[in-house]
Design a protein around this ligand. Structure first.
Ligand code: R5P
Length: 260
């Protein structure tokens, strides 16, 4: 691995622990003005100091994030569908590598849709992005997106995660599921988990704890942080689990105390 690739990767995953709390705010790329992200710059402002990396689109980056903010950027590079479509797998790569370099990103992210009718296209897009990432020293985060009809179990998520790694992804983002250890065991690169739809804070903390206990390298979490009534305390509580070895209960106690 070349120095640039190693350096960018070390800015996302802690070189000491290999762990990461990534804040995901890219939802608007297919959901439009997602609840909590109507003004993404305002949402993100108090959270960046607690995040190891920020995942978003170039439009939101350029228009709402100040260039002097010191946070590694993981740039979503795929899109092309909206929530109005039944089939969300009809995505393509929408950011070229030169733009990623201009934006000084630490990583690029692209969704793959294993099991969908666009499986081959999304996997080919991932492989090409990984080629270009290698050429320019930019790590690629593969997002194992799931369709409505896909079961989020260890067999399916393990399959999608392993394929992403085989095609060259540097990090894989997937969902937590029962037997998550099997997903991690079958994937030779670090895995981070998405948080999914907003759930109770205590449950989201347990999700993060269960994931890292099963071998995840951390989280790439969005709605369970920015849709919380207490986003700053929530991201800190997640950090407690990912970086400080707190249990779900310890982190929940901390959170309750922090929100008064
Ligand atoms: C989904 O396609 C986006 O990439 C989100 O970044 C991802 O789902 C993580 O956000 P959340 O924790 O809200 O699921």
């Amino acid at each position: 691995m070349d120095w640039g690739m190693k350096n960018r990767l070390a800015s996302i995953l802690s070189p000491k622990s290999g762990r990461c709390v990534m804040l995901a705010v890219d939802h608007g790329y297919f959901q439009g003005p997602t609840s909590g992200l109507q003004k993404p710059g305002e949402t993100v402002a108090p959270l960046v100091e607690h995040a190891d990396a920020l995942m978003l689109t170039r439009g939101v980056l350029r228009s709402t994030i100040s260039a002097d903010v010191r946070i590694p950027i993981v740039l979503r590079a795929s899109g092309g569908t909206s929530i109005l479509q039944d089939d969300l797998s009809d995505e393509d790569r929408h950011v070229d590598i030169q733009d990623a370099v201009r934006l000084n990103v630490a990583g690029l992210a692209l969704s793959i849709f294993v099991g969908s009718k666009n499986e081959r296209r999304s996997l080919t897009n991932l492989a090409k992005l990984c080629d270009e990432g290698q050429q320019y020293g930019i790590p690629v985060l593969a997002v194992t997106a799931v369709g409505k009809e896909m079961v989020r179990d260890a067999r399916y998520l393990g399959l999608a995660s392993r394929i992403a790694a085989e095609l060259g992804a540097t990090i894989v983002k997937t969902y937590y599921c029962e037997d998550f250890e099997k997903v991690v065991a079958g994937c030779p690169v670090p895995i981070v988990i998405a948080g999914g739809k907003k759930i109770e804070e205590r449950d989201a903390l347990k999700l993060a704890y269960d994931a890292v206990s099963a071998g995840a390298s951390g989280v790439d979490m969005g709605r369970n942080i920015f849709q919380s009534k207490w986003p700053v305390q929530m991201i800190q509580a997640v950090r407690g689990i990912v970086h400080e070895g707190k249990t779900a209960d310890e982190s929940w106690d901390w959170f309750q105390h922090a929100i008064g």
